[in-house]
Design a protein. Structure first.
Length: 315
């Protein structure tokens, strides 16, 4: 339990608190938000007041100050350490237990908030073009990259999932392809997987992010998997056959990649549902990513190697 005795929240209005919480979430950091939902009798808190506690133990806002706020911060810190905990309403009675004589009570909603999980889909072939919008519809923040202009054509991604970074590019179907597109759900980048712009929108701590490799070339798949392991992605998966998976792991071992990293490669990626088509393979890998997203609250690194899904090259 961290020492909160020196934590003094920065005074801020409720909407400023929400902005601070959103900014932290956008940066890939956990947040716990406390909101006063009710006051009974004499109490310093006012319904609607908000307080947020960030991962670095920075606190913004107020729910009334004093002993109520100190007690709430303690509960918020515990929720920060246990991100799988559910939102709950706590009742604080302003009596002797809090060293207060107000006599009233305050109800505070305490909400642990987790940032969206970033997924880098490397390869905009048949599976990549299907998987990226599917993952985004499931709440992941998706970057889809491919260095081939024909593959990274925004026309291959459903228009409802994509919006041009430059508004002028949205209607420029006959013009040159922009080097980067940012969607409400999918970010499409015309670049190699290891180009800096590919991970520019991702959190600095890539242990909370996933990379799924499905390019048109076996050698490129190998290079992308090695890069993703070296960059520290928490989830590294690859589409391919069991034979390809065995070759990939053998090459990693031959290059001296630590055994723990080799074991983290999920290939063939996806839950075993007998997937064959690009859509089915996308569903299978999405299911595994959902399971990993849930499990990441309990363990920093992925669980045991999964059962195989699609056997085909992603092309």
């Amino acid at each position: 339990m961290p020492d909160l005795s020196q934590v003094i929240p920065r005074t801020a209005s409720p909407h400023e608190v929400l902005r601070a919480a959103l900014g932290a979430l956008e940066a890939g950091r956990r947040v716990v938000l406390a909101s006063v939902v009710a006051r009974h009798g004499s109490a310093p808190s006012t319904p609607g007041q908000k307080l947020c506690l960030l991962e670095d133990l920075t606190a913004v806002g107020t729910i009334g100050g004093g002993a109520v706020e100190r007690a709430a911060l303690g509960m918020m810190a515990r929720a920060l350490d246990e991100p799988a905990s559910a939102p709950k309403v706590e009742t604080f009675r302003l009596g002797p237990s809090l060293g207060m004589c107000c006599g009233g009570s305050v109800e505070v909603l305490i909400e642990p908030m987790l940032p969206a999980v970033h997924v880098l889909v490397i390869g905009a072939g048949h599976v990549g073009a299907f998987a990226a919008p599917l993952l985004s519809s499931l709440g992941f923040r998706v970057t889809l990259c491919d260095a081939r202009p024909a593959a990274a054509d925004p026309a291959r991604v459903p228009p409802t999932a994509l919006v041009a970074a430059d508004p002028a590019a949205a209607g420029a179907a006959q013009g040159p392809l922009p080097s980067s597109l940012v969607g409400e759900q999918v970010r499409l980048v015309l670049a190699e997987h290891d180009d800096p712009e590919v991970i520019a929108d991702m959190p600095s701590e890539l242990g909370e992010a996933a990379a799924v490799v499905m390019t048109h070339d076996h050698g490129l798949d190998q290079a992308a998997i090695e890069w993703a392991l070296a960059r520290g992605f928490g989830f590294v998966g690859g589409v391919g056959s069991r034979a390809k998976a065995a070759r990939t792991r053998a090459r990693l071992e031959a290059k001296g990649v630590p055994a723990g990293d080799v074991a983290r490669v999920r290939m063939p990626v996806g839950v075993d549902i007998g997937a064959r088509s690009p859509g089915e393979i996308s569903v299978a890998l999405a299911a595994e990513l959902i399971a990993w997203r849930a499990g990441r609250q309990r363990a920093r690194w992925p669980l045991a190697a999964p059962a195989p899904a699609g056997e085909e090259q992603a092309g």
